[in-house]
Design a protein around this ligand. Structure first.
Ligand SMILES: CC(C)(COP(=O)([O-])OP(=O)([O-])OC[C@H]1O[C@@H](n2cnc3c(N)ncnc32)[C@H](O)[C@@H]1OP(=O)([O-])[O-])[C@@H](O)C(=O)NCCC(=O)NCCSC(=O)C[C@@](C)(O)CC(=O)[O-]
Ligand SMILES: NC(=O)C1=CN([C@@H]2O[C@H](COP(=O)(O)OP(=O)(O)OC[C@H]3O[C@@H](n4cnc5c(N)ncnc54)[C@H](OP(=O)(O)O)[C@@H]3O)[C@@H](O)[C@H]2O)C=CC1
Length: 408
């Protein structure tokens, strides 16, 4: 049966479940039937939602109960001048957002960085984590379990890596709380963001832990991972890529293009991003790193919920005196836990793959991992540009007027 009206009627009559429509029709017809059901029950018109540009079947690994697609406007900023460990040269960065003024701001910051000769960027740590929680009888069994894990990393590595041809187990960090034992597994997941890969590999390793120790698995994710929640452990230890970008901006460029001074930006950064964030109890000591991380994630097919970890960013802005008496601005961002991939997840979907192509980073890198490293470095430079521009706007008191002009 391939008629959407008939399919919708069968769902209404209870003959077919709404999430099983793909068993009875092709994927696009199933989505159309679902739209009919939802339209009739809610009175909403789903014409725009149904006007998507790719075969629904292509999204099969990414969504259940598909009715169409949410379309977010995508723009481009740059070129981004990056001197990175993996990324080098000028890259246009696609960003998808609904916040007017955001791309203008990042574009302005990139123009400043470009005029200053570009930004350096490096991935300084890489490890996607999964931390299962086990039940033990008490502290004696907890210690026995931890000792076994520490003595048998090779055995755990063999089990975990049997599930993947790309992933490598880097470390297992044990934590004990009463009769709970948490094992934080960290993997080099190469060009994949790696959450599925790390979860599957850790599941295999957990079977060995249960067979060899008194510990009994309670949950494959015990929240010390920590995925998609604000967590100090990610800000301190890192998760995914830890990446830093910096640039020195000549004082005259700050004045010409940001309409303020290096001193004023440094002061705004200290009082806002450092002291203000500390007083607020924030994990993010930055202005809006999440803006660039989120927009780049939507454009390139990353898991949008992991913007939470991307916000674990510290921005520093300091003045540097030159011999001629003028003052430059040293600017940096350090993203502790940027979780990105160029294979897997949403990266294969058509618009997302095209966005990765714009960056020259679609698919696996050579060597494996280099494309995801490069993506992390480019996003970090984009975040640095956003910080420079917003701090400039705040220092020159242009934030409200910018959003009056562009954001509404
Ligand atoms: C809006 C500007 C850039 C104007 O700034 P301006 O200096 O008046 O702009 P301009 O017209 O002189 O142009 C300067 C450059 O900006 C770029 N630019 C300029 N306009 C465009 C445009 N339409 N499209 C693309 N790029 C644009 C472009 O690079 C241009 O150079 P050019 O190419 O002309 O040589 C500036 O006032 C600004 O950056 N304001 C800050 C806005 C901002 O950062 N908003 C971010 C969101 S705020 C938020 O979400 C978080 C928050 C604030 O709540 C977090 C917190 O608590 O801090
Ligand atoms: N399971 C979970 O708990 C969670 C899942 N997610 C979801 O997980 C998905 C992302 O998981 P992820 O593991 O990244 O992606 P996928 O599950 O899509 O797997 C990617 C696979 O691509 C293969 N691959 C091919 N080339 C490369 C390369 N160069 N580098 C690395 N791997 C390569 C690997 O296969 P092989 O391993 O065989 O080598 C890898 O496992 C997203 O959809 C996200 O939303 C998010 C959070 C939690």
């Amino acid at each position: 049966m391939t008629d959407p009206e008939d399919l919708a009627a069968r769902v209404r009559d209870g003959d077919v479940r709404i999430h099983e429509l793909e068993d009875h029709a092709d994927y696009d017809t199933a989505a159309e039937a679902r739209r009919l059901i939802v339209e009739r029950e809610t009175g909403a018109d789903l014409e725009a939602v149904g006007d998507y540009s790719f075969p629904a079947e292509q999204a099969e690994p990414n969504i259940e109960n598909m009715i169409g697609a949410a379309q977010v406007p995508m723009g481009v900023v740059g070129p981004v001048p990056v001197h990175g460990g993996a990324a080098d040269g000028d890259h246009y960065l696609p960003l998808a957002t609904t916040e007017g003024a955001l791309l203008a701001s990042v574009n302005r910051g990139l123009g400043v960085i470009r005029a200053a000769g570009g930004a350096d960027a490096r991935v300084t740590k890489n490890g996607m984590t999964r931390a299962p929680v086990f039940r033990v009888d008490g502290v004696a069994e907890a210690a026995e379990t931890v000792e076994w894990v520490e003595d048998n990393l090779e055995t755990l590595r063999e089990a975990a890596e049997s599930t993947t041809s790309h992933g490598e187990l880097l470390d297992v960090e044990p934590y004990v709380v009463g009769d709970s034992v948490y094992l934080r597994f960290a993997y080099d997941t190469k060009d994949a963001m790696g959450m599925n890969m790390a979860t599957i590999a850790t599941g295999e390793a957990c079977e060995v832990v249960e067979a060899e120790t008194p510990a009994s698995l309670v949950a494959l994710s015990g929240n010390l991972c920590s995925d998609k929640k604000p967590a100090a452990i990610n800000a301190v230890e890192g998760r995914g890529r830890s990446v830093t970008a910096d640039a020195v901006i000549p004082g005259e460029l700050v004045e010409e293009r940001l309409h303020t001074t290096a001193d004023a930006i440094a002061e705004a950064n200290t009082r806002k991003n450092l002291i203000g964030s500390a007083k607020a109890g924030s994990l993010g000591f930055n202005a809006h790193a999440a803006n660039v991380v989120g927009a780049a994630f939507l454009a390139t097919g990353q898991d949008e919920a992991q913007v939470v970890e991307g916000a674990n960013t510290i921005t520093t802005m300091d003045t540097r005196e030159r011999e001629d008496g003028t003052t430059d601005l040293y600017a940096s961002v350090s993203l502790a836990s940027l979780e990105v991939g160029t294979v897997g997840g949403g990266t294969k979907l058509p618009t997302q793959a095209e966005a990765l192509e714009v960056l020259g980073l679609r698919g696996g890198g050579d060597p494996p991992g280099s494309n995801a490293d490069a993506l992390a470095e480019i996003i970090a430079v984009g975040a640095l540009a956003g910080e420079l521009s917003l701090l400039g706007a705040l220092s020159s008191r242009h934030l409200a007027s910018a959003h009056e002009d562009l954001g509404r």
